[in-house]
Design a protein around this ligand. Sequence first.
Ligand SMILES: NC(=O)c1ccc[n+]([C@@H]2O[C@H](COP(=O)([O-])OP(=O)(O)OC[C@H]3O[C@@H](n4cnc5c(N)ncnc54)[C@H](OP(=O)(O)O)[C@@H]3O)[C@@H](O)[C@H]2O)c1
Length: 303
Amino acid sequence: MARFGTILLTGVNGQVGYELQHTLSVLGRAVALDRSQLDLSDTAAIRRIVREIKPNLIINPAAYTAVDKAESEPELAFAINAEAPTVLAEEAAKLGAMLVHYSTDYVYDGTKLSPYVETDATNPLSIYGKSKLAGEAAIRAVGLPHLILRTSWVYGARGKNFLRTILRLASEREQLRVVSDQIGVPTWSRTIAEATASALLNWDDSKSGTYHLTSAGETSWHGFAQAIVEEYGMLREARKWPVLKAGVVNIEAITTTEYPTPAPRPANSRLDCTKFANTFSEVMPGWHEALKEVLNDPKCRPV
Ligand SMILES: NC(=O)c1ccc[n+]([C@@H]2O[C@H](COP(=O)([O-])OP(=O)(O)OC[C@H]3O[C@@H](n4cnc5c(N)ncnc54)[C@H](OP(=O)(O)O)[C@@H]3O)[C@@H](O)[C@H]2O)c1
């Protein structure tokens, strides 16, 4: 079993960061920092804190994740998603440490008709996607042992995400309109954290590289919204949860062109996770099964 001594974890209040702090205890002593303790837009602070903590492993789930806002804040998006990982990688390399970093399906343009494999050409459509891709490239260029995990459509019981937005909207409105021509895989933040820990338990430096990591299956945003409302409805009566105003039939399927956003999204966000499964002997759960588990968390109630 791989053990890592001291682990520096960034972005501990984010969806994945929050789950990671609970899964890392088997791997070593985690020093988990939020934005107020380590601001990734401050490269001098990053260098100082890494040198103070002297980790054997850095795990970086912190990121600039406001996809639409990034179109008007490209400098900040690049500072956090590209420059900060560069500095983390440089400092880790000086200590002989390894780096775990997360990336996104948005590094692809979505024109491929089947799930993307790691060797497919990237072509991000958005500033967010470009900044994440630049972060990946910088880590590879530093040349330290690393794990770059590209995931998609992250959600969980806490934080700002599609699941919680749909539950809120369905409790406020009778009709919802949701895009049905973007296909991908909703992935629970806890699934990502558990798979990360499992990969690290089976770690050796020959496994260094980039991997796709999502739940199994596929759906559209519209299909995901319908599943959320349907599963909620099935649990509601027994659990005495509030009734939603919108049912499954009240969710209208619309096209991406009917829902314009500042940042373009790939039509196909599906990532083939075979490489991760084969390397780390880890089978990813189906997205619908994970959704049922998340809905049982009290934080998922519509407010
Ligand atoms: N969310 C998705 O749908 C999605 C999809 C594909 C890939 N990913 C990738 O997966 C990883 C984890 O995403 P997530 O969903 O857990 O993101 P998240 O919930 O948005 O959390 C991001 C975290 O980064 C922190 N952060 C932002 N700016 C920072 C700064 N300047 N200094 C320090 N921390 C800062 C945030 O701090 P505050 O809590 O203070 O805001 C937050 O805790 C990221 O690499 C993301 O790019 C996410």
